[in-house]
Design a protein around this ligand. Sequence first.
Ligand code: BGC
Length: 741
Amino acid sequence: MTNPTPEQTVAALTLEQKAGLTSGADFWTTKEAPGVPSIMLTDGPHGVRKQDASADHLGLAGSVPATCFPPAVALGSSFDEDLLVRVGEALGEEARAEGVGVLLGPGVNIKRSPLCGRNFEYLSEDPLLSGVLGAALVNGLQSQGVGGSLKHFAANNQETDRMRVSADIDERPLREIYLRGFQRVVQDAQPWTVMCSYNRINGTYASQDPWLLTSVLRNEWGFAGLVVSDWGAVVDRVASLSAGLDLEMPSSSGRTDAELVAAVTSGTLDAAILDTAAARVAELVQKAVAGADANASYDVEAHNSLAREAAAASVVLLKNDGVLPLARSASVAVVGHVAQAPRYQGAGSSQINPTRLENALQEIRSLAGTEVPFAPGYGEDGVGTPEQTAQAVAVAGAAETVLLFLGVPASQESEGFDREHLELPAAQLELLEAVLAANPRTVVILSNGGVVRLSGFAHRVPALVEGWLLGQAGGGAIAQVLYGVVNPSGRLAETIPVRLEDTAAFGNFPGEHGHVRYGEGLMVGYRWFDARNMEVSYPFGHGLSYTTFELSGASAVADGAGITVSLTVTNTGDRDGAEIVQVYTGLASSAVSRAPRELKGFAKVHLAAGESRAVQLLLRREDLAYWDTRVSAWSVESGSYTVEIGASSRDIRASLAVDVAGDEVRVPLTTDSSIGEVMAHPVAGPIMTAAMGSGSNAGLMSDPSILKMLASAPIGRMMGFPGSGVEPEQLEQLLAMANAS
Ligand code: BGC
């Protein structure tokens, strides 16, 4: 006998059971129903946060030990799809070992402002990078029989007022920037679930927006899984269900289930809608049960090693005048509390209880093989006492090189609120000055979940290492990078601005009175800085290596699949290393607003010293498209595209021009179409030109400057004019014929 389908299982349930199935039993599990066992969903995204039975009822404290992999802010900087697949697989193994059916991640929201308090949980300011890496993580996770939950869908780009605020976004930026990464993950990885966000989008709660949850997600993108609410995102359960939300989490203790039952009974909610949602829950449960394994376990040591490898691949060497890598025998001193008590993840729902915790100080000592001197310089809150400063200055002055660890205090970066500024704590900056005065050979290593302003001191330190929040094995990873055991290959997935005031959302973040206007439109992150040709501290895509790379022999060919870029990458130095080849496109002749360059492809290339490799990247045709608001569809414009190949968005090594044949966009002509639009139409244009050439204004109409002046005038209003050569009826006929052609 074959197992019943989810639909058959649901058909056998009572109305109450169906309603119950579409909301949680408690904080983390779904309800049982005949034929449908309960499954567990837990955070996510960079580790398994499974709470033990004695935990609090806010869902925050006391989770079982799990590997704390690097949070998304770090993984984004790896630009490494394969690595994200492997981290996803490991997360899947751990989730399965803990009996977890769905892991709540990844988060692919765009880092619109560096102030977003939750940027540490997001991958990038760029939708392609977010989408490709997000898909890799989901593919890895789901290969282990554990579901992903793509979140927070959508436009949850700030924490301020996150449960109510309306993100007011024009259609193009919404499609091209804020939804594009989600679309990529849905289409390339089919996550088992998508988590709708708390906020409103253009006035409508994401949790009850039929356009978002059904028209776009299912009908346009082909999403086949289940939509779960963010925890507590449901405002009106009946409206949510109708819009396409299948599962409310956590439990509402039966209150909203009763609302569904009442709505179906009174006829205000179609019973079929509830059946569909309940069947989607049953199907999710079926998948989770099939993936479960009561005997599953995982190798804690191996996962710690993977966490370390991922952390090392995510470190970004921002600046190095040659002081790094350190020789094992170098005389060094370590300064900074976070070297000993690492900040390795952000606060809130993603907080993992790690299986191990490495600190950089210990790892530096073990690589150096000596008791390297250390001074904390400041405490947990980032503030130091005069004695701590004096002690730091003393150890700094006595060493050849100082490794100074600075960072954003934990209290400033969390889910639930945004940051107020980009500054490191004043006391840490004072410590930096004191240490630099004692020893100019001071390497600064940063721990931060969102970018900090570096423009006050970057030019005065010989080396600068962006260490983000690196997870439980970040201490070892930092030490390996400092000593050159690992050659750094991380690249900035977000721009480090000179000042907060320069950033795109400044003045429009976090909004007011329940609305945040995305006034910068498409120009987010590097798109903004490039469009304005503004100076930045470190550009998107930047990151140094201990070796050097040459990109040569680049060529680009367009065909129906997109643009294929070929080049040779050579490691021209004397160390093994990895280059991140980045390909950006632009279309100067575009008829619509566009950023000067947009990332459309990237590849991480590992090369031994002296090695050369031919690399090919496909820039997908759909990634060249813009959202055409006239026809509400993606459209590739014809033209000569600039294809830039570089080592960062501002280190372009080759620039090519490639002709791309665009999509034919037929915007129906009406009497409100401009003369220019009608003239450009392949059928109407020639007829109209001939007709106008026959009227008494024919002379005028053949004058190019007059035509240019008239091009923007609606044709219906001009045709009645004396001497136009075209009667209104003729115009109607012509337009109808053109539209039918
Ligand atoms: C967060 C989600 C998280 C959920 C469950 C919410 O507050 O926004 O990211 O998955 O809680 O902890």
